[in-house]
Design a protein around this ligand. Structure first.
Ligand code: 5GP
Length: 227
């Protein structure tokens, strides 16, 4: 993230660096940043067309976009449609179980602690967001999930789960701050499986050493009509 001459705007630069397991696994995946920049632009723009406020302003080159400066809530909002990953490990739920309804989880954004799972009570108790803010974010998160399920299903991809972040940004027209979807939505932050074969097209290819990482990301971009 870089500052600009406008105090309310930032430049978000997408690197090729990949990390997993709380930075224990690191690599550089050539071309990943370029793909994530394009994919996140496409998804956030589509979301804004259906009324979700986001930090995204415009993409300025292959690796960078202008975003609104936002005060990020120290919370990762995780939505799950199918059980996998840490949910199956934590609770012994069978891998691949279709959840009756989307499951929303909150994690405290803190690398030193390994982004631990928290409850709403933790959020309110420690002042990480207010009840009113979480009510708004929960509603936005459900709408984002509904929209993304449809967007990906239309191109033969199952949205298994994803992580999103929110912040408070200045709205110039309204003259007040508002809650916006921030960070990025890309194969780095979602689990995306082919609808028919269940082939993984996301960061799990890196986490699990499945190979062909960039090919997976390219396939997502190609199906979304970006490439
Ligand atoms: P899990 O909790 O099963 O490891 O992850 C659930 C979902 O959230 C997955 O789609 C995963 O990619 C995403 N996710 C969770 N934590 C992080 C994180 O710290 N960084 C990124 N990029 N994605 C995350």
């Amino acid at each position: 993230i870089y500052e600009t001459s406008d105090k309310n705007l930032l430049i978000q630069h997408f690197k090729d660096d990949a990390t997993a397991f709380n930075n224990q696994k690191k690599a550089s995946i050539e071309g990943k940043g370029v793909l994530n920049n394009r994919i996140s632009e496409h998804i956030l723009t589509s979301l804004s067309h259906c009324g979700i406020k986001t930090h995204f302003i415009k993409r300025i080159n292959m690796r960078e976009q202008i975003i609104k400066k936002a005060e990020i809530f120290p919370i990762e909002f995780i939505v799950r449609n199918i059980a996998t990953g840490s949910l199956t490990k934590r609770l012994g739920i069978t891998e691949g179980t279709q959840l009756d309804q989307p499951l929303l989880e909150y994690c405290y954004k803190n690398d030193d602690l390994g982004d631990p799972l928290i409850s709403k009570e933790h959020i309110f108790n420690f002042g990480w967001a207010t009840k009113e803010e979480i009510k708004i974010i929960d509603k936005m998160t459900k709408r984002i999930n509904d929209f993304l399920i449809g967007l990906f299903r239309g191109v033969g991809i199952k949205l298994i789960d994803f992580k999103i972040e929110f912040g408070k940004a200045w709205n110039k027209e309204k003259g007040e701050t508002e809650i916006v979807l921030a960070d990025e939505i890309s194969p780095d932050t979602c689990r995306l499986w082919d609808l028919k074969t269940e082939k993984k097209m996301d960061k799990d290819r890196f986490r699990k050493d499945l190979g062909n990482i960039i090919e997976g990301y390219q396939e997502v971009a190609r199906r979304l009509g970006i490439m």
